[in-house]
Design a protein around this ligand. Structure first.
Ligand SMILES: [Mg+2]
Length: 299
């Protein structure tokens, strides 16, 4: 394979994940920003993404991106960072699932139906009315809003307080929601995503696993930040990349232990094939920890 071809995100053959009975296949569900995308402060090992692309080209590997990005931003990331083309994308913070076989995005409407429960048509308007009563919260641009995701920004020191207050207000007005607070490391702002209660990255991963016949032992998930902790500390085999902050690492270990899942959390530390464990190198290191046979697939 020449380097130019290797650099192109390859669009995989249709139907690839639907191979029940193949013992060798496995599912990788990975966050994008600062997990596969090297857009943090730490350096990336140069061979990490080429190795990941080589691995994902193999028929046994099914790849799902799990991200806060929408379709446009996922496509931009794939292009800009030469990421492998996935089989599916869980986007908009878990509120949408698409199959992406051969570059064609097909939305999973069964997921929309599932998360619509307890999320009435007027939920976005009711959320806006509650948020308008609070100071120092700004609505994000329209292209960041969807029927199932209402997104705001606030000052970082207010983030936890705003999330807690919104949870209470919205529950009081009869809306069951999932509120995700996160940090925009570029602007140093707080980000608040308000979603249907049933729409979590974890439950979306469960849906993909069940639809495509994967189990806990042939699924690996990877992430870097506080938002990823629910699925990183679940019963899934999980990898926390080495570029995660110490705070996230400590929380991940504590949460996993608390839930009896300590053995299912791998902390990438570097050293795998001379790489530093950050970003894609950490994901590969974790995959090799759970599935030693992938070392042969990388050669
Ligand atoms: Mg991330």
């Amino acid at each position: 394979m020449d380097e130019m071809n290797e650099m192109k995100p390859a669009r995989k053959a249709a139907g690839k994940p639907l191979r029940p009975g193949s013992r060798a296949r496995f599912l990788l569900c990975s966050d994008l920003d600062r997990t596969l995308i090297p857009n943090g402060l730490q350096p990336e090992s140069p061979q990490a993404r080429p190795l990941l692309r080589r691995l994902v080209k193999q028929a046994a590997v099914c790849l799902v991106y799990v991200t806060g990005r929408n379709q446009v931003l996922v496509e931009e990331a794939i292009e800009q960072y030469q990421l492998p083309w996935p089989d599916a994308v869980i986007g908009d913070v878990g509120t949408r699932i698409w199959s992406t076989l051969e570059g064609k995005w097909t939305e999973w409407h069964q997921w929309n139906q599932l998360i619509t429960r307890h999320w009435p048509e007027d939920a976005p308007a009711r959320i806006a009315a509650e948020v308008n009563r609070m100071r120092s919260i700004e609505r994000q641009p329209d292209d960041r809003q969807t029927r199932f995701k209402q997104s705001y920004t606030c000052g970082l020191p207010d983030l936890d307080e705003h999330c807690a207050r919104l949870r209470g207000c919205l529950l009081d007005c009869g809306l069951k929601v999932n509120i995700i607070g996160s940090i925009d490391e570029v602007t140093d702002q707080g980000l608040i995503d308000i979603l249907p209660a049933a729409a979590t990255k974890q439950s979306a991963i469960d849906m993909v696993m069940s639809a495509w016949g994967f189990h806990h032992w042939d699924t690996i998930c990877a992430g870097d930040s506080g938002n990823d902790l629910p699925f990183l500390t679940s019963a899934l085999q999980a990898v926390l990349v080495a570029n995660a902050t110490d705070e996230v690492r400590q929380s991940a270990v504590a949460m996993a232990e608390q839930q009896g899942q300590g053995a299912n959390l791998y902390l990438a530390r570097g050293g795998f094939w001379g790489m530093n464990g950050n970003y894609a190198a950490g994901v590969l290191e974790g995959m090799a920890h759970y599935l030693p046979h992938i070392r042969n697939m990388l050669k």
